[in-house]
Ligand binder design. Sequence first.
Ligand code: C2E
Ligand code: MG
Ligand code: MG
Length: 708
Amino acid sequence: MTRQGSQVELPVAVLQDGTTIRDVADMVDERYDALLRRYEWLEAMLNHVPDYIYAKDTAGRFLYANRAVVENNGFSHVEELIGLTDAQIHPHAHATADGIDIIERRVMQTGEADLGVEERRMKGEGWLMMSRVPLRDRQGQVIGLVGASRDITARKRAEELMSMQARLLRDVATGVAVSAFIETAKTTLKQALGGLDIGITLDPQPSPGETGQTLFPIVGRQGEPLGNISVDGSLLSEAGLREFLSGVAQAIGIAVVRDRDIRYIAYLAEHDALTGLANRSLFDRSLAALLAGEPMPLAVAFIDVDNFKLVNDSLGHAAGDDLLKVIASRILSVTGADALVSRIGGDEFIVVLQAAPEDAHLALQRIGEAVSQPMILEGREIGITCSIGVAFAGQHGTSAGELLARADIALFDVKKNGRNGVRAFSEDMAEATRSKIERVAELRRAIEQDEFILHFQPQKNIVTGAIVGAEALVRWQHPREGLLPPASFISLAEEVGLISAIGECVLRKACREARRWQDTGLPGVRVAVNVSARQFREPSLCQTVAAILDDVGLDAALLELEITESMIMEDVASAIARMEEITALGVSLAIDDFGTGYSSLSTLKMFPITRLKIDRSFIADIPADMGDVAIVKAIVTLSRTLGLEAVAEGIETPEQLALLSDAGCDAFQGYYLAKPMAASEFSAFVRLHIEKTGNEAEAEASTGNMPA
Ligand code: C2E
Ligand code: MG
Ligand code: MG
C-alpha cells in the first residue's frame, strides 16, 4: 500500500523482524484513516439525531454539540459554540451565581447521572426531556458532563389533552349539572385550542356546519344524534387533537344523556304515568307556590268521573285507563296545557284555574261538557259524565288544605244530588258534612252502647194461613231523636264501614229472639235478617253466622238471610261461592226487593236460593196498574218455574192480597197483616193469630205445649 502523492523514492529500511519503515508508516496511515472515518461517521451520526447532544467542561463551557444544539442556539457551525457557556449564549435565561445550570453542577460535583428529567425549554415554547451524565478522564476524574435531551413537546401536549379529557369525564362521573358541564367543556376546548372559540351545538338535528369546519358528533347511548362540536378544520393538523375532540364529544354525550335520565326520573316522580298530569306531590307544591305568590283569583276544583267503576268492571281495566286518558286530555283542552291539573286517585282530578269565580264556573261547565262528549272505547260508544265541586281562594279559604277540603265537600254535594254537574262550595254543605261527621261519631257510640233494637214483621203463608216467619228490621233508639228508621243510618253505616258491626248485632238479636219464641212454645217461626252489601262481602260472614247460631242454640233452618240482586251481580262467581257457603250451614237465602235489580234468568237459575221477595214498588199500585199486575204475575210464575217460593212485600189492601193469591203467590208480608213490631208484641201476635184461626195443628206440630 502506498501513500498517495509521494514522489521521492527513499531507501528501504528494514527492521529486525523484516518489516520496513514504509510498512510501519503504511500501518500508521491505515489506522489514522480508520480513526478519521470513524470520527466523521460518528459526527455525522450525532448530527443526524434529532435529539440534542452536547458535552461541557466543569466550567460549563461547551466542548462539543451536535447540529441540533448548534442550530437550536442560532449558530451555524459547532466551532462558534465551543467554549461558550449557556449564560453567555442566553444572557437573560439563567440566574445562577456562576452561570452553570444547577442540575449540571450537581452531576459534575457528585459524579451521579441525572436521567430523564422533564424541563421547559430555555428558548421558545415546549418541553425537553433531559439526561446528563458525568464526563470522566482515563483516571476517572470528572472533567465535565455529557448531556442529551429530546423534544417532548408533542408528548406533553398529548398528555395535557388527555388530562383535560379526564377532568371532563370526572365531572360527568360526579354528576355536574349539564349546563355547567357544557361551560367547562367550552373553556377546556378553548384552552386546548390556544384561545380559539369552538362551537358546541346541542340539537338532535344539528346544521351541517359551515365550509371548512369539521364536525365531531355528540351522540346518545344508541348512537342517536344529540348535537356536535364544530371546529375550524385548519386547526386539526395537530396530532392527537382529533382524538381529543371526539373524546370531549363523547363526554358531552354522556353528560347530556345522564341529564336526560335524571330529568326523566324527576318527571316520573312528579307525574302520573297514565295521563302525564302532575301527581299529588307536584300538585301540592305548585298550589302552595300559587297561593304564596302574587294575590290572584284562584279556583280549586275536584272532578270526579261518574260511575267510573262501571266502565272499569264492564269493559275492563285497559278501557278504564283509556277513558282516564281521554278525560285528562279533554280537561286540558279547556284549561290549556299549562294549567295545573292533577290526577290524584283512580278517577279523581283536581284542577286549579287562575280565574275569577264566574269565569272559573263557566270553564268548569265547559270541562263537564267536554268530558260528556261521546267517546269510543273497545269499539263501543260510551257516554260518561263527571261531577265537579269547586272552592274559590279568598272566599272559601286561604290555604291549600282549606280549599281542597271545601272543593271536596262541594263535590260530595254534586254526587248526592244526582251527579253530573258543577257546584261551588257553600256553608250549608259544610254544615251537612259536619252533621255527617257527628252522625258517624254517634253511630259508633250507638254500637258501643247497644242502641239498636229490632222490630219484627210477620210473614203469612197464603194457602195455609199460618205465620211462617218474621223479618227482623233494625231501628236505632237514639237518645235524643227517638226511634230512627234504617233508611236514616244504614247507608251511612255502610259508607263508613260500621255496617258489619251493626249487622252482627242485628243477627245475634234476631237469632236470640227466634230461639226465645221457640222456648216459649211458639211454633217454629223462621226469622229473616237483612244483610248489607259490605257485610255480604265480608270473608268472616259465615263464621260469624255459624258462631251466633251455635251461641244462641238456634236451628240453622230457622234463619234466613235476605240479600239483593245488586250484591250478587257485582261479582256473580264469588257471590255464588258465598251463597253456597251460607246454605251449607243450613241457613236459607232470599232475594230481597226482587225485580229492582238486573239478575237475568240464566244467572238466577244458578243461585242456591229458596225465596224471591217481590219488591213493594210492584205491589203498591196493583190491581190498578196493569203493567205492575203483569210483572207481579210474571215473577210468581218465574218462582214456580225455578222451584222457588214467592213472597210479596208491602201488601196493604185485601185487593192486593186477592190478586197475589190468585196469581199463586206463596206468602206475603205487609201492613195489611201487621206493621213491624217489638219482639214481645210479635210473640203475642202469633199466639193471638193461632187462637183466632184455630190452627192448632200448626202449634202442636211445633212444640206441643201451646198455652190455651
Ligand atoms: P226491606 O228489607 O225491603 O224491608 C221492608 C221494609 O218495608 C221495611 O221498612 C218495612 O217496614 C216496610 N214495609 C213492610 N210492609 C209495608 C207496607 O205494607 N207498606 C209500606 N209502605 N212499607 C212496608 P224499614 O223497616 O224502614 O226498612 C227499610 C229497609 O232497611 C229494609 O227494606 C232493609 O233494606 C233495610 N234494613 C232494615 N233492617 C236492616 C238490617 O238489620 N240490616 C240491613 N243491612 N238493612 C236493614
Ligand atoms: Mg228485607
Ligand atoms: Mg224488601
